[in-house]
Design a protein around this ligand. Structure first.
Ligand code: SAM
Ligand code: SF4
Length: 328
């Protein structure tokens, strides 16, 4: 059977779904979640693992191939391993990725891999325990390098480390993160801070442009443009030191847009399909699903309305929902 490729109104093929499986988190990162005052979704409003799998089962024949499990922090939802196994069994699904803060990876990497997880993105904003705790505003005995090593040992590939760079907070570690790529086959990606959610005391002055990041990473040698990881190439532009096993990527949502090649849509923890991370392009899949309706017509209509590009640069700081709420 030939797979149908679903295209939006601008001809972009949609084959990638990011699934937020919880709005909760064991961290309170300064750029993502407020320390208190967030209202959690009631359990009855959150899609069950069976419902998530059913959404994927209905969208796979339309061309959906790749999934990313995210949140909130997906590893704090009980029995994540079972969900990965259920999704891997859906015909047509070729690739499953996870976004995590890495705290639980040492214990979960091997069972997740065995259940069918292919790759992982680990958020790592510092390599120093005290600083990790002050950015996450939670203290755990955990080392992101050990988390990445456990992911590598389990066979997850590629392994990406995502660093949100903030001037005066962690930008003095750019060179330390860059050095990891000389020692490990990992992809360190520096992300420009975005004006979403709770920004604590962060302002535009904390944003470090990618050109400056690359210049400061170059203390270890000349960085040449590189192809990046073989699988899961997203919006990052990759570079590599000569002979290094790993790469350095920069993701610049603030100064460049990737909308022209956007092939992704998002499913929130309460079952809303978002066709753009930014703005209000959202349709409810949960209620029709629970009523036994077919999702294909709703999905087609949502794609017809997928915006051409985001308007992040026109947004005010704090003017958007936190990524933890929409499945960043
Ligand atoms: N909890 C998981 C994690 O931290 O990887 C998955 C969810 S988290 C919302 C997904 C990604 O969004 C992380 O890499 C995080 O660093 C990024 N993120 C959240 N808020 C951001 C912001 N204001 N600017 C840039 N990146 C942000
Ligand atoms: Fe939690 Fe990830 Fe947001 Fe940090 S970035 S608060 S780990 S959801």
């Amino acid at each position: 059977m030939t797979a149908i490729t679903l295209k939006d109104q601008f001809g972009r093929s949609i084959e990638y779904l990011r699934i937020s499986i919880t709005d909760r988190c064991n961290f309170r990162c300064v750029y993502c979640m407020p320390l208190e005052g967030l209202e959690w979704l009631p359990k009855t409003e959150i899609l069950t693992y069976e419902e998530i799998t059913e959404v994927v089962r209905q969208l796979a024949p339309l061309g959906l191939r790749r999934l990313r499990l995210t949140g909130g922090e997906p590893t704090i939802r009980p029995d994540l391993v079972a969900l990965v196994g259920m999704l891997k069994a859906v015909p047509g699904i070729e690739d499953i990725a996870l976004s995590t803060n890495g705290v639980k990876l040492p214990e979960l990497a091997a069972p997740l891999r065995a259940a069918g997880l292919d790759r992982v993105n680990i958020s790592a904003d510092s390599l120093r325990a005290d600083r990790i705790a002050s950015i996450a505003r939670r203290k755990f005995a955990f080392d992101p390098v050990v988390s990445a090593q456990s992911a590598e040992a389990a066979g997850l590939d590629p392994i990406k480390l995502n660093v949100v760079v903030m001037r005066g907070i962690n930008d003095d570690e750019i060179a330390d993160f860059a050095r990891l790529t000389l020692e490990h086959p990992w992809h360190v990606r520096f992300i420009e801070l975005m004006p979403v959610g709770e920004m604590a005391n962060l302002t535009w002055e904390h944003v470090v442009p990618s050109e400056e990041v690359l210049r400061r990473a170059s203390v270890h040698g000349v960085l040449e443009p590189s192809g990046g990881p073989a699988r899961g190439n997203g919006p990052a532009a990759y570079h590599r030191f000569a002979g290094a096993p790993g790469t350095i990527g920069v993701i610049t949502p603030m100064t460049h847009t990737y909308c022209g090649s956007c092939n992704r849509v998002r499913l929130t923890a309460d079952g809303r399909l978002r066709t753009c991370l930014y703005g209000d392009h959202e349709v409810n899949l949960r209620d029709p699903l629970r009523a036994g309706a077919a999702l294909e017509p709703i999905f087609r209509q949502a794609l017809a309305d997928k915006p051409k590009e985001h308007n992040l640069l026109q947004m005010q700081v704090g003017g958007l929902r936190a990524l933890s709420q929409v499945g960043g």
